[in-house]
Ligand binder design. Structure first.
Ligand SMILES: Cc1cc2nc3c(=O)[nH]c(=O)nc-3n(C[C@H](O)[C@H](O)[C@H](O)COP(=O)(O)O)c2cc1C
Length: 199
């Protein structure tokens, strides 16, 4: 589930929430999953991966990750990202272009405090995306961290939220007859310009 905090009443946000409710009602699996693509400057490559969208707070879309991971380095050097959702239960794709930055320390702390001990042990024990000799080593690091954790264990600096603020949305709603509806919202000078695209 995505948590909405003080949700924006701007038109693309209203449309997003309405589609979200429809997908929920249709028991969409993995409803939080969103693909976020980033640009790897060193390799001159674009990379994509799924993350779980946990909050939409005002106009910030928030997920959590490791701040030393490849994606984090890429967001740092190139803050423009594209994000993508497909909800099969309602045959809807949502394309987003956005700017990304680290979520506030306070927000990350609060989210960390609300997670299970196991999830936090994994966040602490994993050097995300680094090569490791065996999966046994992953398990050993995890269990060791879990045993060492106390109620005073706090969020490590290398783990926290990423917020992205969209400036472009495309809502694609598919139809059996291929008369697919595509509606774009583009932000210009604090105003959302709405237009339709051919299928
Ligand atoms: C459905 C789904 C949700 C995921 N959610 C997250 C997430 O919220 N945070 C995260 O760091 N990785 C998440 N992952 C793992 C990422 O896709 C990715 O493997 C990992 O973050 C490393 O990415 P990087 O090497 O590009 O930094 C998820 C994977 C899947 C399939």
């Amino acid at each position: 589930m995505i948590k909405f905090i003080n949700p924006s009443i701007e038109k693309p946000y209203i449309q997003f929430q309405s589609l979200y409710q429809e997908a929920l009602a249709n028991e969409q699996k993995g409803i939080e999953a969103i693909s976020v693509s980033s640009y790897n400057q060193e390799m001159n490559e674009v990379e994509a991966r799924y993350v779980n969208l946990k909050y939409i707070a005002d106009n910030e879309w928030i997920f959590f990750s490791n701040y030393n991971s490849p994606k984090a380095e890429q967001f740092e050097s190139h803050s423009q990202v594209s994000a993508l959702i497909f909800w099969s239960s309602i045959n809807t794709q949502i394309r987003i272009k956005a700017r990304i930055f680290k979520t506030s320390v306070e927000f990350s702390d609060k989210h960390f405090e609300g997670r299970t001990k196991e999830k936090n042990a994994l966040a602490i024990s994993s050097n995300q995306s680094q090569t490791i000799d065996s999966f046994d080593e992953v398990k050993k690091n995890f269990h060791q961290t879990l045993n060492e954790m106390t109620p005073d264990t706090v969020r490590p600096d290398f783990w926290g939220g990423f917020s992205f603020i969209p400036y472009y949305f495309e809502f694609w709603q598919g139809h059996k007859n291929r008369l697919n509806k595509r509606c774009v919202f583009e932000q210009r000078d604090d105003e959302w310009i709405e237009r339709l695209l051919q299928p």
